[in-house]
Design a protein around this ligand. Structure first.
Ligand code: KG4
Ligand code: ZN
Length: 332
C-alpha cells in the first residue's frame, strides 16, 4: 500500500490531501481564496502567495489528521511544480521540500495539467488509453494518453484558455469571479439562440476563444440595459462549449481512443458534460465537480502513477526540483 501526501498551491487554492495507491482519497482539504480575490475581479499573485504562506501548514496538518495518518505512514510527498503562479508554487514546493527533508521521504514534482487529468483515476478504475480534454483557467489542451501519466498534446488553444474566456466574459457582464460557475448557472434559464457568437475556425485540433470574447464585448456596446444576462450567458456558453465538443470528437476519431475524459475547472460545466455524453460514440468520463477544479488529491494520484513508471527514487529535499510558470508546450 502506498500512501501519498499531495500539496497544491499553483493558483488561489491552498490544498493538501492523502491518497492511497493513486485511487482512494483518505482526505482532500482545501482553503479557497476566492473571497479574497473577488474584489479585484481575478487572482492577485502576490496576495495569493502571502495567503498560501499563512495557511499551508494548517492545511497539511488537517489533511493528515482527517486521513488519520502519521508522517511515518507516508510513502512519499507530491507537490505541484508548475505551470502556475511562480510565487504561489514556491510556497507549496518549499513546504514539500522541508517535510521531505524532515521526514526523510521521496519528493515527487508534479505537472499541474497532468494532475488535472489524473483526477479521473480517483475513486474509479480508469486505465489508459484515452483522449483527454483538459480545460482550465489557464490552459485548453487535447491530450492523447497511452500511459497513466504520459501524453501527446494534439491540440491546444492559440490564445485564451476556455476558463479564461468564461472569466473575462463574466467580468464584462458584471457577474463576478470566477465566471465559469456563474455563467453555467445563468445559462440554464437563457436562450442560447438569442445571440450568434462566432465559433472560430482554427487549423487541426487547436482552439481559439479570444474572438468570441470580443464578439460579446461588441454586442454589449450596442445593447441597451438592462442586459438579458441569461440569454447572453447561454449564447456565449453555446459558442465556447460547442467548439470544444466539435474538436474533441474529431480528435477522438483521429486517435481512435476508446474513451474520452474531461478534466480541469471547465469540465465542471454542465452543458459540456451533457453535450459530450450526447454526441460521443465512446464513453465519456469526468471527475466529480469538486475534483475538476484545483485540489491536492489529483496531485497525489499523479505522483503515484508517475512513481510507478520510474524504478529509482525520483527526488528528495535536496533535489534541484524547481517551480515553473509556463507549460512545456508554451515554452517552445
Ligand atoms: O482548473 P481550475 O480550478 O484552475 C486552473 O488550473 O486554472 O479552473 C478554474 C477555471 C476558472 O476559469 C473557472 O471559471 C472555470 O474553471 N470553471 C468553470 C466552471 N467551474 C469552474 N467554467 C465553466 N463552467 C463551470 N461550471
Ligand atoms: Zn488547475
Amino acid at each position: 500500500m502506498a500512501t501519498y501526501l499531495g500539496i497544491e498551491t499553483s493558483c488561489d487554492e491552498t490544498a493538501a490531501a492523502v491518497v492511497v495507491d493513486g485511487r482512494k482519497i483518505l482526505s482532500n482539504c482545501l482553503l479557497s481564496q476566492i473571497d479574497l480575490h473577488q474584489k479585484f475581479g481575478g487572482v492577485v499573485p502576490e496576495v495569493a502567495a502571502r495567503e498560501h504562506l499563512e495557511s499551508i501548514n494548517q492545511i497539511i496538518d488537517l489533511a493528515l489528521n482527517e486521513a488519520k495518518v502519521k508522517a511515518t505512514d507516508l510513502s512519499a510527498i507530491a507537490c505541484t511544480t508548475g505551470p502556475g503562479l511562480i510565487g504561489t508554487l514556491l510556497v507549496g514546493l518549499s513546504a514539500a521540500k522541508s517535510l521531505s527533508f524532515a521526514w526523510d521521504l521521496p519528493l515527487i514534482g508534479i505537472d499541474h495539467l497532468t494532475a488535472h487529468v489524473c483526477a479521473n483515476y480517483l475513486e474509479t478504475d480508469l486505465e489508459p488509453p484515452f483522449l483527454a480534454l483538459l480545460v482550465s483557467g489557464g490552459h485548453s489542451q487535447l491530450m492523447h494518453f497511452t500511459d497513466f501519466v504520459e501524453a501527446k498534446i494534439i491540440g491546444q488553444t492559440i490564445d485564451d484558455a476556455a476558463g479564461e474566456a468564461f472569466d473575462k466574459v463574466a467580468r464584462l457582464l458584471g457577474l463576478g469571479y470566477p465566471g465559469g460557475p456563474i455563467i453555467d448557472k445563468l445559462a440554464k434559464t437563457g436562450n442560447s439562440a438569442k445571440f450568434q457568437f462566432p465559433q472560430a475556425t482554427v487549423e487541426g485540433f487547436n482552439f481559439s476563444f479570444s474572438g468570441v470574447k470580443t464578439a460579446v464585448l461588441r454586442c454589449l456596446e450596442k445593447l441597451e440595459k438592462p442586459w438579458p444576462l441569461e440569454d447572453l450567458a447561454a449564447s456565449f456558453q453555446f459558442a465556447v462549449i460547442n467548439a470544444l465538443v466539435k474538436k474533441t470528437l474529431q480528435a477522438q476519431k483521429y486517435t481512435k481512443a476508446p474513451k474520452i475524459v474531461l478534466a480541469g475547472g471547465v469540465a465542471a460545466n454542465s452543458y459540456l458534460k451533457e453535450q459530450m455524453q450526447a454526441l460521443s460514440t465512446v464513453p465519456v468520463l469526468s471527475p466529480q465537480n469538486h475534483l475538476c477544479t484545483d485540489n491536492a488529491a489529483m496531485v497525489a494520484a499523479a505522483a503515484y502513477f508517475k512513481q510507478k513508471n520510474i524504478k529509482t527514487a525520483v527526488g528528495n529535499a535536496y533535489s534541484d526540483l524547481m517551480a515553473y510558470s509556463r507549460s512545456c508546450s508554451e515554452q517552445k
